[in-house]
Design a protein around this ligand. Structure first.
Ligand code: PGA
Length: 253
């Protein structure tokens, strides 16, 4: 079964109001070509900028996502945002378990899994991030680490409709270093095998696995041509509409 390529922009904590609106508008203007090529586009702005970016995207075939959510639907959690609130703001996706959240906020697999369950409860698709550090890769432990993260972070109710896996080697994020297409494909094939071992065969076959970590116009085509790379989770290059749309163009080529 063919998987729809997903090109997702993770804006992280970047952009003030005017920049975010301008970026949203520029992505919207260029989005028809990606849509026509069958590529799904997603942008994940900082939480408070979701409503103005939603307005900037109005009518364009670009989906909206949050960068994180709390596991609870409401309550005494100062500073947090519920998955339901993201849904109310027009989001259809939320990233959970990004390595920056795991590192900066001490989120472990159990927390990530609870957040993915919250996303499902709110009707959102969870983009569940996994990936090894440089030291873990150098020690030959990359696949073992990723297996553990998948086992701990993916809820039992994960399906191709409500979950996307993002493989983001920590050493490649924001560093300009990228996994080679062959190395990335090896990990993606491993992730697909793990999905097959845990879920129904059709689920494993249909669930999308994104690559993230310094994906840019110059390396996107080769990465996206790999059989188990179903899209990209793009940080730095998603802050420039032209680069983001060029990557989407490489996906549709
Ligand atoms: P990068 O970030 O493209 O800037 O490496 C990717 C990510 O962290 O999602």
């Amino acid at each position: 079964m063919a998987r729809t390529t997903l090109i997702a922009g993770n804006w992280k904590m970047n952009g003030r109001l005017e920049e975010a609106q301008a970026l949203g508008r520029a992505v919207a203007v260029g989005s028809d070509a990606a849509f026509a090529a069958g590529v799904e586009l997603l942008v994940c702005p900082p939480a408070v900028l979701i409503p103005p970016v939603a307005a900037a995207l109005a009518g364009a075939p670009v989906k909206l996502g949050g960068q994180d959510c709390h596991a609870a639907a409401s309550g005494a959690h100062t500073g947090d945002v519920a998955a339901e609130m993201l849904a109310d703001a027009g989001c259809s996706y939320v990233i959970v378990g990004h390595s920056e959240r795991r590192a900066d906020h001490g989120e472990d697999d159990a927390v990530v899994r609870a957040k993915a369950e919250a996303a499902h409860r709110a009707g959102l698709s969870a983009i569940v991030c996994v990936g090894e550090t440089r030291a873990e890769r150098d020690a030959g432990r990359a696949l073992e680490i990723i297996s553990g993260q998948l086992a701990g972070s993916l809820p039992d109710g994960a399906s191709a409709a409500n979950t996307v896996v993002a493989y983001e080697p920590v050493w490649a994020i924001g560093t300009g270093l990228t996994a080679t297409p062959a190395d990335a494909q090896d990990v993606h094939a491993h992730i697909r095998a793990e999905l097959r071992a845990r879920f129904a065969g059709e689920t494993a076959q249909a669930m999308r696995i994104l690559y993230g970590g310094s994906m840019k116009p110059g390396n996107a085509a080769e990465l996206l041509a790999q059989p188990d790379i179903d899209g990209g989770l793009i940080g730095g290059a998603s802050l420039k509409a032209e680069e983001f749309l060029t990557i989407a163009g490489a996906a549709g080529a």
